[in-house]
Design a protein around this ligand. Structure first.
Ligand SMILES: NC(=O)c1ccc[n+]([C@@H]2O[C@H](COP(=O)([O-])OP(=O)(O)OC[C@H]3O[C@@H](n4cnc5c(N)ncnc54)[C@H](OP(=O)(O)O)[C@@H]3O)[C@@H](O)[C@H]2O)c1
Length: 313
């Protein structure tokens, strides 16, 4: 099997390559069909996915592939607010180029989207059939990316995930663990609710789904809903940090950070389509976090990337 993974230096890209190279994820073994896979894991410095000609040339020169997984994206939610056009080029237009490349060589295509495609106004977990309505630039560009995916590749899986943390790269968990060693308290919003999700668990479901032909749209988050403040308390406790969590509202946060993007108040997802097809193996978020905190010191640097330094853009 020949596999192309974009966003290889990112959180999810690293967990995908870790799972394929070790044959397993934390929640179980991955399908045997990946055992001898020839995996090409690339990032920005090898291919700017928003360069249409470069993407076409990549498929022409290095294809064909059996599976293409796009985990590249502009994920800085506040940054997207400042340059929506630039974010759109990567989160939407580029997705179309990759999907077209996959379609052209007969590959399956996996793309990752977000809970931020929803407005978050109803306090009920969203299913794949629910009406979208993003309230941020990031959400709008990601929703357009979903459309590009389905428009350009007939063998498409789109997985919407949320509040992602992986062993490699920056994320909320690492930030809070770091702050917990320096501060006696942190102030965190408690009126935005969602699903913290382990990138390793997501990688497991991606690889399980991509081994099938159940194409379509999926929600894929760890089970259970909490606020960022609840999540922070669990992080501080799990990492044994003596740091209090002071709860604030989104309105208070916005007052102090006027440039920040609006985020959905309630963006919990239900993994309904997963449950109806291959089965929903996603763990409760507390369990996934506990494994993550235990493994983080050993895995924060993926050994397969040891010799790789990221050149300046
Ligand atoms: N992180 C979350 O909380 C979250 C939540 C919901 C959904 N998602 C989605 O899940 C997927 C994986 O997220 P992640 O957290 O693993 O992302 P990540 O860690 O930010 O990794 C994304 C990678 O894509 C690269 N990239 C950006 N622009 C590129 C371009 N033009 N060409 C090639 N590569 C480019 C980035 O490089 P640079 O670092 O150099 O920019 C980075 O290495 C994304 O689709 C994201 O939208 C993430």
């Amino acid at each position: 099997m020949r596999i192309l993974i974009t966003g290889g230096l990112g959180q999810l890209g690293n967990e995908l390559s870790r799972c394929i190279s070790t044959g397993r994820a934390e929640i179980g073994p991955i399908p045997a069909s990946y055992a001898d896979a020839d995996v090409t894991c690339i990032d920005y410095h090898e291919l700017d996915i928003s360069d249409e000609a470069a993407v076409d040339a990549w498929f022409k020169n290095y294809g064909p592939y059996d599976l293409v997984v796009n985990s590249a994206a502009i994920t800085n939610v506040d940054g997207c607010e400042k340059d929506e056009e630039g974010a759109h080029r990567v989160n939407a237009d580029a997705v179309g180029y990759l999907a077209r490349g996959a379609e052209g060589c007969g590959a399956k295509f996996v793309h990752i989207s977000t809970d931020y495609v929803f407005p978050g106004t109803d306090p009920v977990p969203r299913t794949e059939d629910d009406q979208t309505g993003p309230i941020s630039a990031y959400g709008r560009t990601k929703l357009d990316g979903e459309k590009e995916t389905f428009a350009n590749c007939s063998r498409t899986f789109v997985l919407r995930t949320a509040w992602l943390y992986g062993y490699v790269g920056k994320n909320f968990v690492k930030t809070m663990v770091g702050l917990g060693t320096k501060l006696d308290h942190v102030t965190v919003v408690d009126d935005q609710l969602g699903n913290p999700t382990s990138a390793n668990d997501l990688a497991y479901e991606i690889l399980a789904l991509a081994d099938t032909e159940y194409y379509g749209l999926y929600h894929c988050t760890n089970e259970g809903t909490c606020s960022w403040a609840d999540f922070t308390e669990a992080i501080m406790e799990g990492a044994d940090r003596d740091c209090a969590v002071v709860r604030c509202s989104s309105a208070e946060y916005k007052e102090n950070n006027p440039q920040s993007a609006d985020r959905p108040a309630y963006s919990s997802l239900e993994n309904r389509h997963l449950a109806q097809t291959i089965g929903n193996k996603m763990r409760p978020w507390q369990e996934a976090l506990s494994t993550y905190l235990a493994n983080m010191p050993a895995l924060a640097k993926n050994p397969s990337w040891d010799d790789l330094t990221q050149p300046a853009k």
